[in-house]
Design a binder for this molecule. Structure first.
Ligand code: NAP
Ligand code: MG
Length: 397
C-alpha cells in the first residue's frame, strides 16, 4: 500500500469481527497502511466526539476510509457505558462533514435468491439525506380557517401564498430543501455512477409538484449538463430523469445494474424494499461519497447487539461478516485505483471472490442459511466461516 486509508473502528459484535477479519484475511497478505481512529462509544464520549471529527478530516485528506458499525447512543447506552452525555450519531457527523450521500448495494450470490426474479444485478440506491418531511413543521388545525405559506426574505421580500381556505379542522405541513444540498446530491450521484460505470436515473414527482420537485429536476439537469455530460457520454453510461412512478415501474421489471437516485422519503422506503427483496441486511454494502470524490466504505447493518451479548457469554455466534469484509475490499480497491497499485486492487477483488465462492460452495452463516437454495452444506460460526474464506483466498493467491 502506497498511501494510507482511514480506519474507523467501532462497537460490539462488528468490532469483534473487525479484528478477526484483519488478522485472518488482511494482515497475512497486505502491508496494511491505515490511520487508526477508535470510534468505539466510550472513546467518542471521552473525547467529546473529537475522534469522530478527526476521522472525518482524515477521510477528506486521504480520500478513502473504512468504517466499522458504531452504536448511536440513547439513554440505555448512557447507563450501559457510563457516558458523560448523549453523543450524536457518528454517521450523521461524518456525513455532514463530508457533505456526502450514502449509496447502498446488495451483494449477489447464486444460491441466495431474492424475491424479484428478474433482478440479475444489484441496484445501487442513492438517497438524498437532507430535508423534505425529515425536517418538517406540522400543525393539526383545530377549526375552519385560512392556511397560508409565508416566506420572509433577509432583504425584506415577503412571499405569501394561500394553501387552502379550510372549511373544517385538518392538518398542514411545511417542508423545505436547499439548492446547495440538492446540487451536492446530484454531484455525489454522478460521481459515484461514473466511478462504478453504471447508469443513473433520478425520479421525482414534478408533474404534480412543479416548483418543489421541479427544482430537484432542474438542478439535476443543470449539474449534468454543466459538469458531467461529457464524462458520462465518454464512459458509455446513461443518465435519465424520470417520474418517480415510472422509475418504480422500470426498477421492478429491470435486470438491475444501475443507480437509482431518490429523494429523501423515496430512498427511505425503497432502500428497505430493495434490502428485504435481496435477502439479508448483512449482504448489503454502503458507501458514503462526497461531491469532491472522497469515499467511506462500511456495512449497512448495525453492531449486531444481540449477538454481542451472546458472544460475551462465550458463544461463538454465526454473525455474517460479509458486508464488513466488502467494506474493507471496497476501500482497498479504491486505494489501489487512486495510487495506481494494481496488486492491491487485485487482492481486494480476489478476497471478494473468495468470500462469494465460499458461500456459493455451500458454507455460510445462519442468517443466509435460512434462505439459501440449494440448502447449505454447513452452517458455520463467524470464525469458521472466515477460516473457510481464508482457505479459498490462499488457494487463489
Ligand atoms: P443491527 O445491528 O443491524 O441488527 C439487527 C438484527 O439484524 C440482528 O439482531 C440480527 O438478527 C440481524 N443482523 C444484522 N446484521 C447481521 C449480521 N451481520 N449477521 C447476522 N445477522 C445480522 O441493529 P440493532 O441490533 O438494532 O442495532 C445495534 C446498534 O447498531 C445500535 O446501537 C445502533 O445504533 C447501531 N447501528 C449502527 C449503524 C452503523 O454504524 N452504520 C447502523 C444501524 C444501527 P437476529 O438477532 O435475528 O440474528
Ligand atoms: Mg427506512
Amino acid at each position: 500500500m502506497k498511501n494510507a486509508i482511514a480506519e474507523l473502528d467501532g462497537d460490539e459484535m462488528t468490532r469483534v469481527l473487525w479484528k478477526v477479519i484483519k488478522d485472518e484475511l488482511l494482515l497475512p497478505f497486505v502491508d496494511l497502511n491505515t490511520e487508526y481512529y477508535d470510534l468505539g462509544l466510550k472513546n467518542r464520549d471521552d473525547s467529546d466526539d473529537k475522534v469522530t471529527y478527526d476521522s472525518a478530516a482524515a477521510i477528506k485528506r486521504l480520500k478513502v476510509g473504512v468504517k466499522c458499525a458504531t452504536i448511536t447512543s440513547n439513554q440505555a447506552r448512557v447507563e450501559e457505558y457510563n457516558l458523560k452525555q448523549l453523543t450524536p450519531s457518528p454517521n450523521g457527523i461524518i456525513r455532514a462533514e463530508l457533505d456526502g450521500t450514502v449509496f447502498r448495494e446488495p451483494i449477489f450470490v447464486k444460491n441466495i435468491h431474492g424475491t424479484v426474479s428478474c433482478w440479475k444485478k444489484p441496484i445501487v440506491l442513492g438517497r438524498h439525506a437532507y430535508g423534505d418531511i425529515y425536517k418538517n413543521t406540522e400543525i393539526k388545525t383545530p377549526c375552519a380557517g385560512k392556511a397560508e405559506l409565508v416566506f420572509t426574505g433577509e432583504d425584506g421580500t415577503v412571499i405569501r401564498k394561500l394553501i387552502k381556505d379550510m372549511p373544517g379542522p385538518g392538518i398542514i405541513q411545511g417542508i423545505h430543501n436547499l439548492d446547495k444540498s440538492i446540487e451536492s446530491f446530484a454531484r455525489c450521484c454522478m460521481t459515484y455512477a461514473l466511478d462504478r460505470k453504471i447508469s443513473v436515473w433520478f425520479g421525482a414527482k414534478d408533474t404534480i409538484s412543479k416548483t418543489y420537485d421541479g427544482n430537484f429536476k432542474a438542478i439535476f439537469q443543470r449539474v449534468y449538463e454543466q459538469e458531467f455530460k461529457a464524462k458520462v457520454e465518454e464512459a458509455g453510461i446513461e443518465y435519465g430523469l424520470t417520474l418517480i412512478d415510472d422509475a418504480v415501474a422500470r426498477v421492478m421489471r429491470s435486470e438491475g445494474g444501475f443507480m437509482w437516485a431518490t429523494k429523501n422519503y423515496d430512498g427511505d422506503v425503497m432502500s428497505d424494499m430493495i434490502a428485504s427483496a435481496c435477502g439479508s441486511l448483512a449482504m448489503m454494502t454502503s458507501v458514503l461519497v462526497s461531491p469532491d470524490g472522497n469515499f467511506e466504505y462500511e456495512a449497512s447493518h448495525g453492531t449486531v447487539q444481540k449477538h454481542y451479548y451472546r458472544y460475551l457469554k462465550g458463544e461463538k455466534t454465526s454473525t455474517n461478516p460479509v458486508a464488513t469484509i466488502f467494506a474493507w475490499t471496497g476501500a482497498l480497491a479504491k486505494r489501489g485505483e487512486l495510487d495506481g497499485t494494481s496488486e492491491l486492487t487485485d487482492f481486494a477483488k480476489k478476497l471478494e471472490k473468495a468470500t462469494l465462492d465460499t458461500i456459493e460452495a455451500g458454507y455460510m452463516t445462519g442468517d443466509i442459511a435460512r434462505i439459501a437454495s440449494p440448502a447449505p452444506v454447513a452452517v458455520l460460526n463467524s470464525w469458521e466461516f472466515i477460516a473457510k474464506i481464508r482457505e479459498a483466498l490462499e488457494a487463489m493467491l
